[in-house]
Design a protein around this ligand. Structure first.
Ligand code: FES
Ligand SMILES: [Fe+2]
Length: 365
């Protein structure tokens, strides 16, 4: 008998009840990779939407990164808009001009005296934040899971790539796109390559393994795949003139590694670049995806630095993937759809499905 497993059901993909459970347990209850810390210079802030919760990230003048609820303690106005900007060391609410320090302390309340209220009790509501190798992880849980333990369970593949010293890299290019598909469809698509020959003719030229439909090279035990012709980059030619990432040597020079952090991040690494993809779910039917292209800062500063061969290649692959993810979303939304099937070459999807169901738990219809 063929060895097949089931995909998730239509209910799992598109129901609002399931999405609410995912918000509470996965996106707000664990640690959520919210972006790269190097986007946040000292004194700057940025706003991220973590599954419907607006979170304000700010880097203090002493370099500490803070995460606050993006909500004014006065009458609850949204404090900052969704873009990164210099703060000059404070955050002012546009409604009645209450002003906060980057660490959340309430500093000024125009037209009110110190006797009118106790400022020390009105700091911004705080979220937990951890910066690991330049990745900002936020938890909206009151008592988040222990970070190291959470990483060892949910970020195994990223931990295996720690030798790439991601903390030393900077984002040179950041792009964002909208996908009319459930976030899990995007994850599942990332984790199989039965579609690669048909959907990604350019990609299979660069990573020949993907022609076979496997995403992992079983002749290697390190999770890597060889780049065609001893190439060093995820780009149209497979080879880049850019210097290698810090610390890259040996087989890593000519390998591609793809990894996921459950639930919302992927990383694609070759000798010359590391590309971080972050999924921001916007309800059961929509996902915003950002891609951050990372290089060593001294490479970015080289005269004539031009990563367009790498960026354009990944943007093409992502656009090709988004088209098929949107088709899947339409299909699984049909009343006819019960489950899809998964074969042994979908093993990574099978593992994701199991992990997801275990983390989410049952949901009443
Ligand atoms: S609501 Fe922010 S100052 Fe009034
Ligand atoms: Fe793909």
């Amino acid at each position: 008998m063929p060895n097949t497993a089931h995909t998730l059901s239509s209910f799992d993909y598109i129901s609002q009840q399931v999405y609410e459970v995912e918000r509470n347990k996965l996106f707000h209850g664990g640690w959520f990779m919210a972006g790269r810390a190097d986007r946040l210079a000292r004194g700057n802030r940025m706003v991220v939407d973590i599954a419907g919760e607006s979170v304000l990230l700010a880097r203090d003048l002493d370099d500490t990164v803070h995460a606050h609820a993006n909500v004014c303690r006065h009458r609850g106005a949204r404090l900052c808009d969704a873009h990164s900007e210099s703060t000059q060391g404070s955050l002012m609410c546009p409604y009645h001009a209450w002003t906060y320090a980057l660490d959340g302390r309430l500093l000024a309340t125009p037209h009110l005296d110190d006797d009118d209220l106790d400022k020390s009790a009105l700091s911004l509501w705080k979220h937990h934040v951890q910066v690991w190798q330049g990745f900002i992880f936020v938890s909206l849980a009151k008592q988040p899971p222990a970070f190291d333990q959470w990483m060892s369970t949910n970020a195994t593949e990223l931990l295996q790539l720690e030798r790439y010293q991601f903390g030393k890299l900077k984002v040179a290019v950041r792009t964002s796109c909208e996908v009319a598909a459930n976030w899990k469809i995007v994850v599942e698509n990332y984790q199989e390559c039965l579609h690669c020959t048909r959907v990604h003719p350019e990609l299979v030229e660069v990573v020949p393994l993907f022609r076979s439909g496997w995403v992992l090279d079983h002749s290697r035990d390190d999770g890597g795949a060889n780049l065609a012709n001893g190439g060093n980059s995820f780009s149209f030619s497979g080879t880049s003139d850019l210097p290698l990432l810090p610390g890259v040597s040996g087989i890593d020079t000519t390998s591609y590694y793809g990894g996921t952090v459950f639930p919302n991040m992927f990383i694609d690494v070759t000798g010359t670049s590391a590309i971080v993809t972050t999924l921001f779910p916007k309800g059961p039917h929509h996902t915003t995806m950002t891609m951050e292209y990372m290089f060593a800062p001294e490479v970015i500063d080289l005269p004539g630095f031009n990563p367009s061969q790498i960026v354009d290649f990944s943007e093409l692959i992502a656009a090709q993937d988004n088209v098929v993810c949107e088709r899947v979303h339409l299909g699984v939304s049909s009343k006819a759809f019960e489950h899809g099937v998964l074969s042994p070459k979908d093993d990574e999807v099978i593992q994701f499905t199991k992990r997801y169901l275990a983390a989410r738990g049952p949901v009443e219809r």
